[in-house]
Design a protein. Structure first.
Length: 82
């Protein structure tokens, strides 16, 4: 968002133990009931990144938009192993 200074976030101590964990295909938990990510639509194109192509590289917009219910946060369910 314009005018937001996120530099203090880099001074916060990590709460997660360890560092990056490689969740490759062989080690990643699998949940067949987990819904995939919502598709980008013409109504909410955000930065235009679609089908693995890079977007416009600009920001300044809220994601998800207030009216965009398809891209709202969904908490993990009981079968979503973290």
């Amino acid at each position: 968002m314009p005018g937001v200074d996120s530099s203090p976030l880099h001074k916060v101590k990590r709460q997660q133990p360890g560092g990056y964990q490689d969740w490759g295909a062989a080690t990643r938990p699998f949940n067949p009931d987990h819904p995939g990510a919502a598709r980008v639509t013409s109504e909410y194109p955000y930065n235009g990144a679609i089908n693995g192509l890079p977007g416009k590289g600009v920001g300044g917009y809220q994601v998800p938009a207030l009216e965009d219910t398809a891209h709202q946060f969904t908490p993990p369910g009981p079968n979503d192993n973290l």
